[in-house]
Write a protein that binds this ligand. Structure first.
Ligand code: FAD
Length: 458
């Protein structure tokens, strides 16, 4: 069988590896140029936080040994507070519960190299999907430079073409499909924290750095060359209003102007990116078309799970294909049934984490709560697992992780209430004694007054 994959992002390239392993012929079409042929400047690359789910999928396909040297560990969050303090919040209670920063370009080129080395896999760069017959899986592709169009036949088309998927649009066209798209009122711009003149890092390297604030937020991932790639998040209209980004950021985050010597230039030159969340259904059509990754469940990036969940999709779809040999219709239906409830939960969690990063990270109460979570996790290993740990350091399905975290919260609230009641009960005898004492004191005062007046004391 031959499968046409549209999009060579993390999902499309990993899926090509999985499908090749199952013996499919795979043709991947990507509208951008081959990242392996671009020089550093042409392929300016964002970096992404790789966590347990992505690592499990890449390990499954045998790629993590090649990728480890291309990653930088992030052992926790370094939170830059306005007063200059930078508290460090570990990502987990146990050794190894950490994230790994990887350049998207490094990840994709590794995946493309691996996929291409499998028999039956071919990549076609600079080809954009322009049309799709969902009943026959015939895809119309246009070469980005020459404009030459061609139609490609196959047994099925997989849309791995990101949040604004054209495969999804053609598959849903004219059908009773659900589509909920939200664009966050905040956008983002990339800014660099370069290495210092002597090549060393300007700030602690092995951490995810966060500058939290109500009207601006920066998150920075480390790179192997001792630089960090920062992402400045702002309400979209603010980007155009700021004339002096150094002054704007300096007022809110005093250490940033020193860390970002190219701030003014980068702020002027780098485009504003938009953040989108997508929930949609169906994810497939009659065994001819299916969606994967951001094409069927784009989320805001604040939980660092978009790519990780896209990679995990590939593992789930691969299993479904294996469980339904020769029946892609059944495999695709099973894949959506197993996966969508969990990516819906991830969507909610990613929205909540935006509020956490922006508003709560500075709160001492929040930091205390995080510490308590880690202490409980250390005290009761395996029995108390913080939600963040389950999402980022395990492959527990997202909805199961949330359900378990809610049970833990209920228990904690119950335990808190029980402690409060116990405290109150312990205090009752002393309160009663006080009440009795004050009662006797009042009677004694009354007796004295009556004696002075010549009346009987009581
Ligand atoms: P994409 O990466 O969008 O890839 C789709 C591919 O399809 C692209 O190469 C595109 O060129 C191609 N394409 C599109 N249309 C066509 C067409 N018509 N024809 C042919 N090709 C086409 N996730 C994490 O897990 N961790 C993080 O730390 C993280 N940080 C993020 C930070 C930011 C600022 C943003 C915006 C996102 C972040 N994400 C993160 C999310 C992550 O980038 C995405 O979830 C992930 O890239 C999705 O992979 P994908 O392959 O599904 O789609």
């Amino acid at each position: 069988m031959k499968i046409t994959v549209i999009g060579a992002g993390p999902a499309g390239t990993l899926l090509a590896c999985y499908l090749a392993r199952r013996g499919f012929r795979v043709e991947v079409y990507e509208r951008r140029a081959d990242p392996r042929l671009l020089d550093e400047d042409e392929s300016r690359s964002i970096n992404l936080g790789l966590s347990a789910r992505g690592i499990a999928a890449l390990t499954d396909i045998g790629l993590m040994d090649t990728l480890w040297p291309l990653t930088v560990p992030m052992r926790g969050r370094a939170i830059h507070l306005p007063g200059g303090a930078v508290p460090f919040q570990p990502y987990g209670a146990h050794e190894g519960e950490i994230l790994h920063s990887v350049l998207r370009r490094d990840l994709i080129t590794t995946l493309v190299d691996h996929a291409e080395a499998q028999p039956g896999v071919t990549f076609h760069f600079r080809h954009r999907l322009a049309g799709l017959d969902r009943e026959t899986a015939a895809a119309r592709l246009v070469h980005e430079e020459t404009g030459v169009a061609s139609t490609v036949a196959g047994d099925a088309v997989i849309g791995a073409d990101g949040a604004f998927s054209q495969v999804r649009a053609h598959m849903h066209h004219g059908l009773r499909a659900e589509h909920r798209q939200e664009i966050l009122e905040w956008g983002y711009k990339e800014l660099t924290i370069p290495a210092a003149g002597d090549g060393s890092a300007r700030t602690r390297l092995e951490a995810l750095h966060v500058w939290p604030g109500e009207d601006a937020l920066i998150v920075a991932h480390p790179n192997r060359d001792n630089s960090l790639t920062g992402t400045l998040f702002l309400p979209v209209e603010r980007f155009g209003e700021i004339t002096d980004p150094g002054e704007f950021l300096g007022e809110r985050f005093p250490d940033t102007p020193d860390l970002m010597p190219h701030l003014a230039k980068e702020y002027a030159e780098h485009p504003v990116g938009h953040l989108v969340s997508i929930r949609t259904s169906p994810w497939h059509h009659r065994g001819r078309v299916a969606l994967i990754g951001d094409a069927c469940h784009a989320v805001y990036p604040f939980y660092g799970q978009g790519m990780n969940s896209a990679l995990e999709d590939c593992t789930v779809l691969d299993r479904c294909v294996g469980d339904h040999p020769g029946d892609l219709g059944a495999a695709f239906a099973e894949y959506q049934r197993l996966r969508k409830p969990h990516t819906d939960v991830l969507d909610e969690l990613s929205k909540q984490n935006f509020v956490e990063l922006r508003d709560r990270l500075r709160s001492p109460l929040h930091l205390l709560r995080k510490k308590a979570d880690l202490l409980l996790a250390r005290a009761f290993p395996g029995r108390w697992v913080p939600l963040y740990t389950m999402i980022s350091h395990t492959t527990v399905p997202y909805a199961d992780a949330l359900a378990r975290a809610r049970r833990q919260d209920t228990f904690l609230r119950g335990a808190g209430a029980a402690v409060a009641v116990a405290g109150l009960l312990a205090a009752v005898p002393s309160v009663a004694r006080l009440v009795r004492l004050s009662h006797f004191a009042r009677r004694a005062r009354l007796a004295q007054r009556n004696t002075r007046k010549g009346e009987p004391p009581c």
